[in-house]
Design a binder for this molecule. Structure first.
Ligand SMILES: Cc1ncc(COP(=O)(O)O)c(C=O)c1O
Length: 223
């Protein structure tokens, strides 16, 4: 296949795309010209799936009918909602069911994870993350650093794209890990960068981070 940037080639790829039918499963906002927009904000609030309204309505009906008993009494009890989601979520992210849980917002979960993983010591206190990272991720990390009485200027290290490049090289992340191996407490890299779509080599980064330090002291890695 000869790649080309012209419209005809884009339309041909669309026509051949085996996933193209999924487009019809979502509501697409209309642009100023009245045509459905091309939607690139999937990392943030994704498009509304067409069945979503009926699913939400069902829970509202349960609430109206049962009040507080809807926590336990319906076909979709709210109290244990995370349990039926565990297996499909594990499949989605390629993890074991015991390793995943659906709960809270992403930022709340980051704080909870860091409450466990970020235990800065006098010598091992740095956090490594990528730049650009989602703004609220950066605020959460800075909040944690300040919470421990440290200064983000000393404790936060950013892996940036090289001059003239748009994505962070995995080897540069590994290099920063190596150079800071005795001071590194946490490595936090989004597996898929929200801005560039870059897929990081999480296995390589995790291996580099976990190579250093004793089991109790080695840097925690979150992706
Ligand atoms: C990479 C990333 N981090 C953090 C957030 C914020 O998530 P929440 O509002 O659930 O805290 C988002 C939301 O789009 C995100 O894409």
């Amino acid at each position: 296949m000869q790649f080309s940037t012209d419209e005809r080639f884009a339309k041909q790829l669309d026509a051949e795309d085996p996933l193209r039918g999924f487009r019809d499963k979502f509501h697409l906002p209309l642009g100023k010209d009245g045509k459905p927009v091309i939607y690139f904000a999937g990392n943030s609030l994704g498009l509304m799936p067409k069945p979503a309204r009926a699913v939400v309505d069902e829970e509202l009906d349960n609430w109206a009918r049962l009040g507080v008993d809807a926590h336990h009494a319906t076909g979709t009890p709210w109290y244990t909602y995370h349990e039926p989601l565990r297996e499909p979520t594990a499949r989605l992210v390629g993890a074991k069911p015991i390793e995943v849980i659906c709960m809270n917002s992403l930022t709340v979960n980051l704080h909870l994870m860091l409450a466990t993983f970020y235990r800065p010591a006098k010598s091992r206190f740095k956090i490594l993350m990528e730049d650009p990272a989602f703004p609220s991720d950066t605020y959460a990390i800075k909040t944690q650093i300040v919470h421990h009485g440290l200064d983000p200027k000393d404790a936060l290290m950013l892996a940036r794209p090289r001059q003239g490049e748009f994505t962070v090289r995995n080897e540069d992340i590994v290099d920063l890990i190596e150079k800071n191996r005795d001071q590194l407490a946490v490595v936090m890299i989004g597996a898929v960068n929200f801005f560039t779509g870059q897929l990081h080599d999480i296995e390589k980064i995790t291996t580099a981070a976990q190579k250093h330090g004793s089991h109790r002291q080695r840097p925690a890695v979150t992706a």
